[in-house]
Design a protein around this ligand. Structure first.
Ligand SMILES: Nc1nc2c(ncn2[C@@H]2O[C@H](COP(=O)(O)OP(=O)(O)OP(=O)(O)O)[C@@H](O)[C@H]2O)c(=O)[nH]1
Length: 433
């Protein structure tokens, strides 16, 4: 009896003719508004207006006892469905013996509505995944790992189900993203509501396509609690190869050095600003190498200006091949180049600079029957905090470069605090164009 009253669902015990013997408060609350005369004496009468077959179904049930039906949804009439009141009841009817029935009644309005919404979202998502051909959608966990695989990923990138659990950088060409950059994008999405980048991305077959990648935090992700493998972000990859072809010319003009096709000063300073901004959020070391061709005036004077241009293009090619895709290789002007290396310490940057210096020293550039040998000097500096910004970093790399030149050229020098103490270092203006 106590169970009947405390049960979290509506329970009604009635005779086989529907006459109510016992009814708990939840049932009374759910059935009262349906009762035609405001009294609750008969279960079948109370439900007659919304489930007229109940009496008959019960009478026709062939067995001595058992489940007449289970979880049948009863949609209440429109005039009973004032918002906030039950709209859908779930009814289970048990025949206890020849004389008694038991009804279990629940208000499932919210549950059914939620299911309907889920089905609708599913249908929309399905339509996006299967019909829109140049988008790929994926869920990403808080460490940047892909949580699922679907048709849209297969269509846009060609990758199969094995990518589940891999970091989303699997879509980026090798060297185009570090582990820190991967997390930077997630942090940016948390702070700004989204994070977008554009560039070359990788298909499973190794081919590349121009793509815009949007990362947005998923709504209601707190519902997953602390589960590290739960989806936290939505990643949308969009193949924009067509659009890219149309805008490439304008982008080239704005951000590429016209002689070497490397990033120009403007692109360099924009990349530097972005890296410094990221370093401010997540402290890390940022390295800069400044390269300068040695005795370049002499090369111009001896072989002519067009030959000098060829040497500059050769140096640009070696730079492009030597450094990672995540590094920004730029021509700052004249015979001077810079490489910005995110998440890189001094030793690693010095090794990269030395590798390039040694490679250049083996080059011979063909020009009008002559073979031109040339060398470069390099200054290397790192920024451990963000104070001082890019200007300080360039000033230090310049001071180190001056040192390399002073020591005889064709060499790499790191910045040291003593270099700044020597005020004989020339100061050059480095503002972005
Ligand atoms: N061919 C060519 N030469 C350039 C270009 N831009 C600058 N230069 C030349 O680069 C030379 C730089 O000369 P300097 O600054 O004296 O330097 P350097 O002769 O390389 O001597 P160090 O740097 O001290 O080793 C000048 O002769 C410029 O005319 C360019 O786009 N093409």
């Amino acid at each position: 009896m106590q169970f009947l009253y405390l049960a979290p669902v509506g329970l009604v015990q009635a005779g086989i003719d529907g006459e109510i013997v016992m009814i708990n408060p939840i049932s009374a609350q759910l059935l009262m508004p349906l009762s035609p005369d405001g009294s609750l004496t008969n279960l079948f009468t109370a439900l007659e207006s919304v489930a007229p077959d109940l009496r008959l179904q019960c009478a026709q049930y062939p067995k001595a006892n058992g489940m007449v039906f289970e979880g049948e949804h009863i949609h209440l009439r429109a005039d009973d469905s004032i918002r906030g009141t039950p709209q859908i009841l779930s009814l289970t009817l048990l025949k206890l013996d020849a004389a008694r029935v038991m009804a279990v009644i629940q208000d499932v309005t919210a549950e059914v509505r939620r299911e309907r919404q889920l089905r609708q979202s599913d249908a929309w998502l399905n339509a996006i995944l299967t019909r829109i051909s140049d988008y790929a959608l994926a869920a990403v966990d808080r460490a940047g790992r892909l949580c699922d695989w679907n048709e849209s990923i297969a269509r846009v990138t060609g990758f199969g189900e094995h990518i589940v659990g891999s970091p989303y950088s699997i879509f980026y060409p090798p060297d185009a993203m570090t582990g820190e950059h991967l997390l930077d994008r997630l942090r940016e999405a948390d702070t700004n509501g989204w994070s977008m980048d554009e560039g070359l991305r990788l298909r499973a077959d190794g081919s590349q396509f121009w793509c815009s990648a949007l990362i947005a935090p998923l709504p209601d992700r707190e519902a997953f609690g602390d589960d590290p493998a739960a989806p936290r972000y939505c990643l949308i990859l969009r193949d924009i190869s067509d659009k890219r072809a149309a805008t490439e010319k304008r982008r080239q003009a704005a951000f590429c050095d016209h002689l070497t096709s490397l990033a120009n000063r403007r692109a360099f300073f924009e990349a530097a600003e972005l890296e410094l901004d990221r370093a401010a959020h997540t402290p890390r070391s940022l390295a800069l190498i400044v390269f300068d061709a040695d005795h370049f005036k002499h090369i111009n004077d001896r072989y002519g200006h067009p030959a000098g241009d060829r040497v500059l293009c050769d140096l640009a090619n070696v730079l492009r091949d030597t450094f990672r895709a995540v590094d920004t290789v730029a021509r700052l002007g004249g015979e001077e180049f810079a490489v910005l290396l995110p998440s890189t310490g001094i030793e690693q940057a010095l090794a990269g600079a030395e590798r390039l210096r040694a490679l250049v020293a083996t080059r011979l550039v063909a020009a009008d029957g002559a073979e031109i040998a040339y060398t470069v000097s390099a200054g290397v500096a790192i920024l451990d905090g963000t104070a001082g910004g890019i200007d300080l970093l360039i000033k230090r790399a310049d001071e180190a470069l001056y040192q390399a030149k002073a020591q005889g050229r064709n060499r790499v020098a790191p910045w040291t605090p003593e270099l700044t103490l020597h005020e004989n270092t020339p100061q050059r203006s480095r503002n972005a164009d």
